[in-house]
Design a protein around this ligand. Structure first.
Ligand code: GLV
Ligand code: MN
Ligand code: MN
Length: 414
């Protein structure tokens, strides 16, 4: 099957990689065999298209279609800003095949389309693949773009640990990456004029509007907090109720309080999607619980208020139970409003595309702090994401590639 210009065909090529038979869907954490296989797949496709593939110190892949040599230096200076498009290939545990890969496959297909159209870029174009966008392995979402832009400190990242306690530095080294080379790259960023990320929509906006493609307006603020509750392990039958210091009871209050305090703030979202009980035996009173809060709202301060209420409620029950609580902020990303000038240009190219805000985080949101960024969303009939039921119709994927190619053509030729 040819994949030329066909993001659907590209996505089918990877639909066997990283299948998770326990959870369903795909599990493709950064530096796993599945994610490394996807990186090789991308490199092969970029190389086959004559793009020059570069792996930078942050584990970001850049596949360059260089603009023709400029006629003179002043023209070069005026037009040197590169246009970048792309997304990520890692996934959440048990995720779908579209969150991330759709943007990467569409970028490759859009390059084919631009060439078929005979477009002659006056600026370089890169297709970029960002590592650990989901933060599923090391807890910090958009790790690659945070490193690139300096939003995450290299020392901190090297020390991050995964579920097995291995550090980023160790895991990266074992996967063939050099963890000493991570860090901000302002020179690279200075050469980029704009980043446009195409992504499957992670809600029902386009379904409700009956449209295949949208532009992004904003990403609502979101943060992640690690809550550690230490109690006292003991025997489930031999320990009287009055003698217990059970961290699971405290964790239950954290979950309850998060739901209650989120519900009273209009359009806020609060989730506990990951809980680890130690040691985790049916007949064992736990000694510790780790859980993670994910809280989002358009108003940055509303997110912080919800979290502080939840922390206070947790503390009260922990005191009564004789448990100790430690809360660590893993990340906080304020609401991002995408570059209005870039969006205006994109709207000029795609006048029928509605503008939608999103509750999902993206590398484009992190990079928005340092370069003009924009996003395209492709309709997802289920409206669901981070689950195997996330999907996109073939015709909408094709419409997304065409929209991306139209935007890139505009940006690359002016
Ligand atoms: C990533 O998709 C996130 O919003 O957590
Ligand atoms: Mn994504
Ligand atoms: Mn995601």
């Amino acid at each position: 099957m040819t994949t030329h210009g066909d993001a659907n065909a590209l996505l089918s090529e990877i639909d066997g990689i990283g299948i998770d038979s326990d959870r369903g869907g795909y599990t493709r954490p950064v530096f796993s065999d599945a994610e490394l296989e996807l990186r090789d797949w991308f490199d092969a496709h970029a190389t086959a298209r004559g793009l020059s593939v570069e792996h930078d110190g942050n584990g970001i892949i850049w596949a360059w279609w260089d603009a023709p040599a400029p006629a003179d230096r002043s023209e070069h200076r005026a037009r040197s800003g590169a246009i970048v498009t792309g997304s990520h290939l890692d996934s959440v545990p048990g995720g779908g095949n579209f969150d991330g890969p759709l943007g990467v496959a569409s970028a490759l297909a859009a390059v084919d389309l631009l060439r078929d159209r005979g477009v002659t870029p006056v600026r370089p174009l890169a297709v970029a693949v960002f590592p650990e966008e989901e933060g599923s392995r090391f807890g910090l979402a958009c790790l690659g773009s945070r490193l690139l832009s300096g939003a995450a400190a290299s020392e901190t990242v090297r020390a991050l640990t995964d579920d097995t306690g291995r550090t980023y530095a160790d895991v990266a080294t074992a996967a063939g990456f050099d963890p000493t080379s991570i860090g901000p790259d302002p020179e690279r960023l200075a050469d980029i004029a704009a980043f446009v990320e195409l992504h499957v929509e992670q809600g029902r906006g386009l379904v409700d509007l009956g449209q295949p493609v949208a532009l992004a307006g904003a990403i609502i603020a979101h943060g992640r907090w690690h809550v550690r509750i230490d109690g006292r392990g003991d025997h489930a039958g031999a320990t009287r109720m009055a003698d217990r210091q059970d961290p699971v009871v405290v964790a239950a209050e954290t979950v309850r309080a998060l739901r209650a305090h989120t519900l009273i703030v209009d359009d806020a979202r609060g989730t506990v999607g990951r809980i680890k009980v130690t040691p985790g035996g049916t007949n064992v009173i736990a000694s510790a619980v780790d859980l993670w809060l994910d809280v989002r709202h358009r108003d940055d301060e509303a997110v912080r208020r919800i979290v502080s209420e939840v922390v206070a409620a947790t503390g009260r029950v922990a005191d009564a139970e004789g448990c100790a609580v430690t809360v660590t902020e893993q990340s906080f990303s304020p609401t991002v409003f995408f570059d209005p000038a870039l969006r205006e240009r994109m709207q000029g190219v795609l006048p029928h595309a509605p503008v939608l805000d999103t509750g999902a985080g993206h590398d484009a949101g992190v990079l928005a702090a340092v370069i003009p960024t924009g996003m395209l969303f492709v309709r997802n009939p289920t409206g669901s994401s981070h689950t195997p039921s996330e999907t996109a119709e073939a015709a909408d994927v094709t419409a997304g590639v065409e929209a991306l190619a139209d935007v890139l053509e505009h940006l690359l030729t002016r």
